[in-house]
Design a protein around this ligand. Structure first.
Ligand code: ADP
Length: 454
């Protein structure tokens, strides 16, 4: 279990993760649908342009082909039949631009050219775009071309072979269309799709955030209930355990002389009672740290003094186990932080207690405190049994204990490091561990350096 603040952060992170997952899935789907829609509309538009040009080309072709008797020559009566047909030696373009009348070819958008077999334009209808002529040599009856003029205007063009009545090749008919209106239409569709997808994505993010919140609510509620249950159970157990302790002490005083063997039973009951009481106290302490409204009374604390007290307190158990305990401190430059001294002492005590517990006789435990440029670092180092990589990520979980043959059975609850982590979190610090099996462990706590050094 994590501290209240961490749980809030964890749930918020998960909620964002869910939101981003929903939003990216929906975003990809919308993007794909938008892309497919865009491709379909673009294809349909070009296909309808091709149909329009093909029908115009066949119209012109049917109207003129039977009149073209000599290859490359346009008979004079064709000019009379199609008044808008302009021989190449005349400049009809200005005239057309001024007239704006209805003709066989919609001269605003379409054009047609009659080209002889040598590639020379003989007559035109409408305004032919000013582009180099594509080669006609590889033409087999008909060919589609898509090109742009120097101004960037797009055109679609169909080239057809035309024949004289006696089936000689007369030359070619080119019919084309300016695609500006189609491009404008497709650009509008792109704009509409882009704005639509961005707006839908925004709505999807808002809705996903709301739905992720709904999905997380039961989880968050059951987590809170679990925390409340642990706190309530621990609280309820405190009084009967204290009463039991009083009964044990009274029993020892009053009945010991009647039944001497009672002493060893009472000792055993007392040991178990003390163990359960310590577990209950740890749980109560953790649930007090879990409360979201829990704000520790922060006051300037001298970490240097805390470390000196720790070395003094743990000197006896360390000596009893033939472990050398030492500290690396600069006594002339005391290090202070804003914190809760009782909690900070407990954090250090748990780390040093573990270091002694999990270091075999003859080993060494060192506590160091250093002030860096941006942070303060407290390290508890031992050359004990170490922790495997798989366990390193689990040891801060509540009730996690490593069963190992190399470690003798310890009086432990598996709550020590969870308490350390909660205290470090409450103080806005960072807790890391380096460890190698059979080499030792280094637990490092880093606090932001916000306070004075004396
Ligand atoms: P416990 O009450 O069991 O010591 P902790 O939460 O303090 O619970 O520690 C969890 C587990 O992490 C321990 O059971 C132990 O196996 C491992 N551990 C903690 N500190 C050390 C250390 N300095 N060296 C080796 N193992 C350690």
């Amino acid at each position: 279990m994590e501290t209240g603040r961490n749980v809030d952060r964890l749930f918020k992170r998960k909620r964002w993760l869910l939101t981003l997952t929903y939003a990216s899935v929906m975003g990809c789907t919308l993007g794909l649908v938008g892309y497919a829609f865009d491709r379909i509309v673009t294809n349909l538009s070009y296909r309808s342009v091709e149909k329009e040009i093909a029908s115009l080309a066949s119209n012109i072709h049917d109207n003129v082909e039977y009149k073209l008797a000599t290859p490359g020559k346009i008979p004079a009566d064709l000019y009379a039949r199609i008044p808008e047909l302009c021989p190449i030696y005349l400049n009809c373009q200005t005239q057309w631009q001024q007239q704006h009348r209805h003709t066989l070819v919609n001269i605003d958008r379409h054009y047609a050219s009659f080209i002889d077999t040598w590639g020379k334009t003989r007559a035109t209808l409408g305004i032919h775009p000013n582009v180099p002529k594509p080669s006609l040599s590889s033409l087999e009856n008909s060919r589609w071309d898509h090109f742009h003029d120097r101004m960037g205007k797009g055109y679609q063009q169909l080239t057809l072979e035309i024949h004289t009545p006696d089936n000689q090749v007369w030359g070619y008919l080119q019919v084309g269309r300016d695609l500006t209106d189609i491009h404008e239409y497709l650009n509008n569709i792109h704009l509409f799709l882009t704005i639509g997808i961005i707006a839908s994505e925004f709505i999807v993010v808002v809705v996903s955030w709301y739905l992720a919140g709904l999905a997380m609510r039961p989880l968050s509620q059951s987590y809170q209930q679990m925390q409340k249950f642990t706190a309530d159970a621990a609280h309820e157990l405190r009084t009967p355990l204290a009463t039991l302790q009083v009964i044990i002490e009274n029993g020892r005083a009053e009945y010991q002389h009647l039944a001497p063997e009672l002493t060893s039973w009472l000792d055993q009951i007392e040991r178990q009672n003390i163990r359960i009481s310590s577990l209950v106290n740890d749980l109560l302490f953790l649930s007090s740290l879990d409360r979201p409204d829990n704000k520790p009374n922060l006051e300037p604390c001298c970490l240097t003094e805390i470390v000196l007290d720790l070395v003094e307190e743990f000197a006896i158990p360390a000596t009893a186990k033939s472990i050398d305990i030492c500290s690396d401190l600069d006594l002339d430059a005391q290090i202070w932080i804003d914190g809760n001294s009782e909690q900070l002492y407990r954090m250090g005590a748990n780390l040093v207690d573990n270091a002694i517990k999990y270091t075999p006789a003859g080993g060494k435990v060192a506590i160091s405190l250093t002030q860096n440029l941006n942070d303060i670092s407290l390290q508890v180092k031992d050359n004990g049994i170490g922790i495997s990589d798989a366990n390193k990520v689990l040891i801060f979980n509540r009730f996690h204990r490593i069963e190992s043959k190399s470690s003798p059975p310890q009086h432990s609850t598996g709550l020590g490091l969870a308490i350390v982590k909660s205290i470090v979190d409450v103080h806005g610090g960072q807790l890391t561990v380096w460890s190698q099996v059979d080499k030792g462990s280094i637990f490092t706590v880093k606090f932001i350096s916000s306070l004075k050094i004396n």
